[in-house]
Design a protein. Structure first.
Ligand code: SF4
Ligand code: SF4
Ligand code: FES
Ligand code: FES
Lengths: 180, 764
């Protein structure tokens, strides 16, 4: 996509404005400048940046880049980011595990699953494993109650979970990562 | 027009009226949290649910427009039930701390629970505890008390164009407040506190001082600037404790100077008895003795052929100017009196618009020579309004604007001292003349100017000439106005410059304050009367003030505090604050407003008109028989209707003194502008000491870092200050703060607000 001339000058202006953050900002602006600077694209921009970040999170410079690009106060971007649970302001692991804690999954043992995961990974909800591979989060209904209890790892859904199955899935992912 | 029935009362309303507005018309109360008449409807809180016959669900009254034939019930069982539930939910995490909450007594939650709630609590669980944030000297935010109506956030967004204030997270974890700041003070913070329906945002100044029902409120007019907002002064036991803004006029909003800048009234350092010099000491005397002494000395000076002058703050009332003027002119026989103590040599002019509504109606604005948000804050909000809504375009020729630039279509940010050069260039563009050479050295690009000229020709602008403009600048701006067919609105310093002018409080020969001070130095003027202003703080030439005051035979100062000017005086007379006396003030649109007395003057304090009266009596030629300020008002009214011609002042001001490395503009920070703000503790905490600001990039180039300590050198005088980076400073220039009575920053100036300065890093 080609840049509109005014869009480009905007990016330059932002870069001039914050010399100390220039490099980081530049990276992010390169990602978001494909969108026109209007508010309705804010979520897309944030998603793109978060996906680009190896640690799946939005550093302060990312919020700054978006805020400046859209001419919004930083507080407003922060407000949006904190509203959606899919965004994180803290660095996360390589893989994000989201365990469903809505009633149908709970009824079928969702809480034991969560405990099993905590044990297997040796972390609490919201934390990152010491090797930086997994982040454990909870989520509302994933829409697959039919195979409850369920969880999501990155973009894959896993259902009919049991403690053994969880062990297997975790090991499997660890092995796959190591092979790479 | 739709006809509806509300609680059995029939009413016809214009199409598009909401249920809430229709109910208000027939006098039916519907409780609301998020609705506010001056904010856009949001429909967030659901406190306003009402029942409409035939509708399956209850409807939010604040955002639902009525339709013909609707039968609306605001107190049916379903509605009552909904309200009870809602209030119970709101109270789940609400701490019941009304006994220590400053909002109690004016809290909407308290009122609604009392009127519409049910005294029950069915969720016995540990309430969720949220953080309380002490956001600096102005406000405290207590999330525990927040009802999530978002009025504060909407104000910040709608009126101020977005600040560091938002809502974060969601559900029961929702938090409101600033994102990155620990101190929140943004010029219009007061409105957020006032908008908050509960005690979530409260004033730090008022914290735990008293209860609202113990205060007596008196209607008055703000004394800080010429917008002249109405204020309601809350007094208890002779202390001014709280200010409210209850009228939505002239604007629904006021600024922090009006809302929080009253602490000087109760300041513990206030001197409320007259003092008389005896050698190196000032001794307390009775008022009678002081007046006798002053009148006698002045008389002596005049009889021996010396001249006497009066320099009076532009923040007083017309009554003060009228009587003091009569005393000076008729009794003393002086030709030297002035109120323009902020410097400058312009007199007020009649405006093209007559109200803030008029300002808001314009389709375009051209603002030259003033950061409106500092010296006319509410005017800045009115200008911003149309621009924010996309109705109007804004063009700025302002060095270092700190608020309106966010809304500007084009912003020329010239180097300090070059605003009028750019204005001249603009006039040339509009006249089809060559202008490129005029822009040299201003840091303003030709493109900006061309776009500005084009925009101004497309839509008829309102032209606003700021208080920084020199007489020559005003002529230029009038020229631009003529080309576009508009009379500009010229602004002045102080809150009642227009009144002082109209009362004739100026030298008939057209002498400026600078001329008067020079005459003190030359010895022509031997006696000087100064009222309500520290010349060292505000007059932009500290060296001249010092020379003038040291050279006088006799100096009387009428003030509230022991300022440096008082240190030079032979006699000190205690002055009243704006809350202790009534009077007439004239706002920027030449509208006369009446200020009322909220409580009686402290101890021996006297307003200026009484001092003039007392002196005239002691002189033996009483000005008349006036008991209270109301007795003087008819004379003022009469004077206000007369036409007053100002003397010409062109050529009076010397060209900007700009030798030195970096051209600098000396400007008040917001919380230091206005009357006696250096005796408002909260403001002093916000801006404790003067500082220099540079554009980050320029600062980088010069090898400085944000927060460095630097030495500013002017004429061999060195000032040690902090340096900050601010985006709004033009590249290649600097902005230095002023407005400090305890720091001799005006010694760096020579009559204008611009000066060349040198900067270097301070040695550790
Ligand atoms: S702080 Fe006050 S104004 Fe802001 S959302 Fe909470 S209750 Fe409403
Ligand atoms: S300082 Fe001016 S704008 Fe602010 S409240 Fe007072 S009169 Fe209004
Ligand atoms: S409740 Fe877990 S997937 Fe729906
Ligand atoms: S007042 Fe109607 S929803 Fe808040």
């Amino acid at each position: 996509m080609h840049l509109q001339p005014d869009q480009h000058s905007k990016v330059l202006k932002i870069l001039q404005k914050y010399p100390p953050f220039r490099e980081k900002l530049h990276e992010y602006l390169k990602i978001i400048e494909k969108y026109p600077p209007s508010r309705e694209h804010m979520l897309d921009m944030l998603h793109d940046i978060q996906d680009y970040e190896p640690k799946h999170y939005l550093p302060r410079e990312a919020l700054m880049a978006v805020a400046e690009y859209l001419d919004l106060p930083l507080a407003e971007v922060a407000s949006t980011v904190s509203f959606y649970s899919m965004f994180s302001l803290e660095p996360r692991g390589k893989h994000i595990i989201r365990v469903c804690i809505s009633p149908p999954c709970q009824a079928l043992g969702g809480s034991t699953i969560l405990v099993a995961l905590k044990d297997a990974l040796n972390i609490n909800v919201g934390d990152v494993t010491s090797d930086g591979i997994f982040t454990l989060e909870t989520t509302s209904c994933l829409g697959v109650c039919g195979v409850a209890p369920a969880m999501m790892i990155d973009n894959d859904v896993y259902g009919n979970l049991t403690e053994e199955k969880i062990q297997r899935i975790i090991e499997e992912i660890r092995r796959r990562d190591a092979a790479h | 027009m739709p006809k509806v029935v509300i609680d059995g009362i029939e009413i016809e309303v214009p199409p598009g009226t909401t249920i809430l507005n229709a109910a208000q018309r027939v006098g039916v109360e519907i409780p609301v949290f998020c609705y506010h008449p001056y904010l856009k409807p949001a429909g967030i809180c659901r406190m306003c649910l009402v029942e409409v016959e035939g509708m399956p669900r209850l409807l939010p009254a604040c955002i639902t427009e009525v339709q013909d034939g609707w039968e609306i019930y605001t107190n049916s069982d379903r509605v009552k039930d909904a309200r009870e539930w809602l209030l119970e939910f709101v109270l789940v995490n609400h701490p019941l701390e009304c006994p220590i909450c400053d909002e109690a007594g004016e809290c909407e939650l308290q009122n609604f629970v009392f009127k519409f709630g049910e005294p029950r609590k069915r969720l016995y669980d540990e309430p969720f505890k949220y953080p309380t944030r002490y956001l600096g000297p102005l406000i405290v935010h207590q999330m525990n008390r927040c009802v999530l109506c978002r009025r504060c956030v909407r104000f910040s967004d709608e009126a101020m164009g977005g600040t560091d204030w938002g809502v974060y997270e969601r559900g029961y974890r929702t938090i409101v407040g600033p994102y990155e700041r620990d101190v929140f003070a943004q010029k219009y913070t007061f409105n957020m506190e006032a908008l908050c329906p509960v005690g979530a945002i409260t004033s730090n100044i008022y914290r735990y001082k008293t209860r609202i029902w113990k205060l007596d409120f008196t209607n008055s007019v703000c004394a800080h600037c010429e917008v002249g907002c109405w204020l309601d002064l809350g007094e208890r036991d002779g202390q001014l404790l709280k200010v409210l803004h209850r009228r939505g006029y002239p604007s629904p909003w006021i600024c922090d100077k009006g809302g929080y800048g009253f602490e000087y009234v109760n300041h513990s350092e206030r001197i409320t008895v007259p003092l008389r010099r005896e050698g190196n000491r000032l001794r307390g005397v009775t008022t009678d003795e002081a007046l006798e002494f002053v009148a006698g000395r002045l008389k002596g000076l005049v009889e021996s052929g010396g001249k006497v002058a009066a320099l009076v703050s532009p923040h007083l009332t017309c009554e003060d100017y009228l009587l003091m003027g009569s005393f000076m002119k008729e009794v003393v026989g002086s030709d030297y009196l002035d109120y323009r103590l902020y410097g400058g040599n312009t007199y007020p002019e009649r405006p093209a618009v007559d109200s803030l509504e008029g300002v808001e109606k314009a389709e375009a604005y051209l603002v030259v020579g003033e950061d409106l948000s500092v010296h006319h804050p509410v005017l800045a909000l009115s200008v911003a309004k149309g621009c924010k809504e996309g109705r109007a375009s804004l063009y700025l020729i302002v060095t270092g604007d700190s608020f309106l630039f966010k809304f500007a279509a084009e912003h020329a940010n010239p180097l300090p001292g070059k605003e009028e050069k750019v204005l001249e260039a603009l006039a040339s563009v509009l006249g089809g003349k060559d202008y490129a050479s005029l822009l040299e050295g201003t840091e303003v690009s030709e493109d900006t100017l061309k776009a500005m000229a084009q925009g101004l020709q497309e839509k008829k602008p309102l032209i606003i000439g700021g208080s920084r403009l020199t007489p020559e600048g005003r002529v230029l701006l009038k020229g631009v106005g003529e080309r576009l067919g508009i009379t500009p609105l010229f602004l002045d310093w102080g809150s009642n410059s227009k009144g002082a002018f109209q009362m004739g409080f100026w030298s008939p020969g057209g002498e400026s304050v600078e001329d008067i001070l020079n005459k003190c130095v030359s010895g022509e003027i031997k006696g000087l009367f100064v009222s309500s202003m520290d010349l060292f703080r505000d007059y932009p030439n500290g060296t001249l003030v010092k020379e003038a005051l040291s050279n006088l035979d006799f100096l009387v100062v009428h003030d509230m505090f022991f300022t440096e000017t008082v240190a030079y005086s032979d006699c000190y007379l205690p002055a009243t604050s704006f809350a202790e006396d009534g009077g007439t003030v004239v706002n920027m649109f030449w509208e006369a407003k009446k200020r009322n007395r909220a409580f009686k003057p402290k101890d021996e304090s006297m307003p200026l008109w009484q001092v003039a009266l007392g002196l005239s009596r002691k002189w033996g030629r009483p000005l008349g028989d006036f008991g209270t300020v109301e007795d003087v008002t008819p004379l003022v009214r009469e004077r206000l209707s007369q036409v007053v011609e100002a003397p010409s002042t062109l050529g009076g001001v010397k060209a900007a003194h700009l030798k030195g490395d970096i051209p600098a503009l000396f400007e008040y920070p917001f919380y230091r502008a206005g009357m006696r703000t250096d005796f408002c503790n909260a403001f002093v905490q916000l801006v404790p000491e003067p500082y220099v600001t540079l554009n980050p990039e320029y600062g980088d180039e010069l090898g400085f870092k944000n927060g460095d300590i630097v030495i500013m050198e002017v004429d061999g005088n060195q000032f040690r200050m902090k340096l900050f980076f601010r985006d709004e400073v033009p590249r290649g220039g600097a902005i230095v703060s002023r407005g400090f009575s305890d720091f001799p920053i005006t010694r760096a100036l020579k009559g204008l607000w611009y000066r060349g300065i040198e900067l270097r890093a301070a040695k550790e």
